[in-house]
Design a protein around this ligand. Structure first.
Ligand SMILES: Nc1ncnc2c1ncn2[C@@H]1O[C@H](COP(=O)(O)OP(=O)(O)OP(=O)(O)O)[C@@H](O)[C@H]1O
Ligand SMILES: O=P(O)(O)OC[C@H]1O[C@H](OP(=O)(O)OP(=O)(O)O)[C@H](O)[C@@H]1O
Ligand SMILES: O=C(O)c1cccnc1
Length: 487
């Protein structure tokens, strides 16, 4: 089963905590956890949520196989045999609320909330962080590249440099969500229906006595979609003249040379020269593709040099999220179900940004009448927002920073994905996810979207949530004072 991911894809401490809860009799107690990140990667203004589909497939199929249990028996922990019986019948039975893939999101906003028996919630933490953290990171990097490439074509070329197979395949999907047009990975094409594209490598040219022979043979094999790599020997003195010869031969057959690819050298200078040479030969329809260690900065810079590039092949730097290896997402307990009601719980830190925000929350995007976003609002789950009254948004850290908004829409962002272990969410198609992502982007002013020093978008808290957090912090300090005999 291609989508099955073993329940052992977790950190060992989750299993030892499950066991300790079992011995303690607390394993079935319901709790709630939020999954979120604290800092924006790449200096970007936002993150693109991705990874939910994989998380859903994982949760749907989650169980311990006979082999998994046999393996656990080999560990030194010497678990009570009754624990294995529990694992034999293990399934995910909780609730999941999550941001759909493609959603634009921000630090401190729950991308996912899990509610359920504590032993299930512990087990799934690692895999959820793994899938959502990685795929959101790649989607965000890809969104930056899409932003600077404007309407140019973007081809994902990263598999050979990716952190192994899953990263290549799911990474390709993440780039597609964020607006890449195609991938070179044919498995990602088959698995997700992403358009595949590609040219050819230097090895093709090297395998022939001359570059011209190589180009002719390639054109013969692909007369309708021939793209020639022109930098094997000398781009302007050999690659381009030979490509033009073959292009004109194709014209005689009523065909068009689809493109040339430049993979080294000064891409601005070479692409401008190439455009002139192709145009002078009448090959005005032939596109120019550039590749060579590209990212958002080189593409932006090349565009500012008026590079004549129609299509960009981007590999290493997008698929490895080159300048930021992890999103740093976390999964924190926010509420405990005790005596038939949910009660808040908190984790304190000397770093204010690391103090968790207690309670189960809703996330709203506050849109004005022109569908532009003014901030996100976190509320308690049972709070109602009255759209007919003005809303005061205030910054949770700088509480004096207030903004009043009238005539707004409060759009709830978290969707119910699982209810009591049952999938209740209709998975969108990949193209629906891509267009939802584009629609999400259209809600933001350019100031939030630029790749360098974007404006900070505000995530606000409702009064009730803010007070809950403040009261919890006080309660914890009070408890510490009592324990130290200071109160
Ligand atoms: N005009 C330009 N302005 C800014 N950066 C450029 C320009 N042209 C190319 N680059 C970038 O400069 C880097 C050049 O990489 P590198 O020094 O490895 O050389 P190369 O030309 O790709 O040669 P090779 O592939 O043969 O090693 C790449 O990241 C490329 O995208
Ligand atoms: O540069 P990236 O963004 O990673 O794009 C993928 C690279 O992969 C290929 O190179 P190849 O593996 O042949 O090696 P190269 O670096 O020598 O071109 C291709 O020619 C690109 O240069
Ligand atoms: O199709 C290409 O040109 C290609 C694919 C992967 C990596 N580099 C180039």
């Amino acid at each position: 089963m291609d989508n099955y991911i073993s329940a052992l894809h977790t950190d060992k401490y989750q299993i030892t905590m499950m066991y300790a809860h079992f011995k303690n009799g607390s394993h079935l107690n319901w709790r709630a956890f939020d999954l979120y990140f604290r800092n924006l990667p790449f200096g970007n203004g936002y993150v693109v949520a991705a990874g939910l589909e994989r998380a859903i497939k994982y949760l749907e199929n989650l169980h311990f196989s006979k082999e998994d249990i046999a393996y656990l028996k080999t560990l030194d922990e010497n678990f009570d045999p009754a624990f294995y019986d529990l694992l034999r019948n293990f399934r995910f039975t909780g609730n999941i609320y999550a941001l759909p893939e493609g959603t634009i999101t921000f630090p401190g906003v729950p991308m996912l909330r899990a509610e359920g028996p504590i032993m299930e919630l512990q087990l799934i933490e690692t895999a959820l962080l793994n899938f959502i953290g990685f795929q959101s990171l790649i989607a965000t990097k890809a969104a930056r590249i899409r932003h600077v490439a404007q309407s140019d074509q973007l081809m994902e070329f990263g598999t050979r440099r990716a952190q192994e197979k899953d990263a290549a395949v799911w990474g390709a999907r993440a780039t597609y969500i964020a607006g890449f047009d195609s991938t070179s990975n044919t498995l990602a094409g088959k698995k997700f229906g992403i358009p595949t594209s590609g040219t050819h490598a230097h090895a093709w040219i090297q395998d022939f006595p001359s570059e011209l022979d190589a180009f002719r043979a390639y054109a013969k094999a692909f007369p309708d979609q021939c793209v020639l790599l022109v930098d094997t020997y000398d781009t302007l003195r050999s690659g381009l003249p030979n490509a033009i010869k073959v292009g004109l031969e194709l014209e005689e057959q009523g065909k068009t040379l689809k493109g040339i690819r430049i993979d080294s050298g000064d891409l601005a200078y070479l692409s401008k020269q190439a455009r002139k040479m192709l145009d002078n030969a009448g090959l005005t329809e032939t596109k120019i593709i550039a590749s060579s260690d590209l990212d958002e900065f080189t593409i932006l810079n090349l565009k500012s040099q008026n590079a004549k590039v129609d299509s960009w092949g981007v590999g290493t730097k997008v698929i490895t999220a080159h300048d930021k290896p992890a999103l740093g997402a976390v999964y924190k307990m926010v509420s405990r179900y005790e005596n038939r009601k949910w009660e808040p719980t908190i984790k304190i830190s000397s770093n204010p940004a690391k103090v968790t925000t207690p309670e189960r929350k809703n996330v709203y995007r506050i849109l004005d009448q022109k569908n532009k976003a003014h901030g996100d609002l976190l509320t308690l789950v049972d709070e109602e927002i009255d759209e007919s009254k003005p809303l005061t948004l205030f910054h949770p850290v700088h509480t004096f920073r207030r903004k009043k908004i009238k005539g707004f829409k409060a759009v709830p962002l978290l969707k119910n994905i699982f209810q009591n272990g049952k999938l209740v969410y209709q998975l969108p198609s990949l193209d629906e996810i891509r267009s939802y992502h584009r629609e999400q982007l259209s809600q933001f002013w350019e100031e939030y979207l630029r790749i360098l020093n974007p404006e900070e978008y505000h995530v606000n808290m409702s009064d009730k949530l803010w007070k809950t957090k403040r009261d919890m912090i006080q309660k914890v300090y009070q408890m510490i004072k009592m324990e130290n005999g200071e109160a």
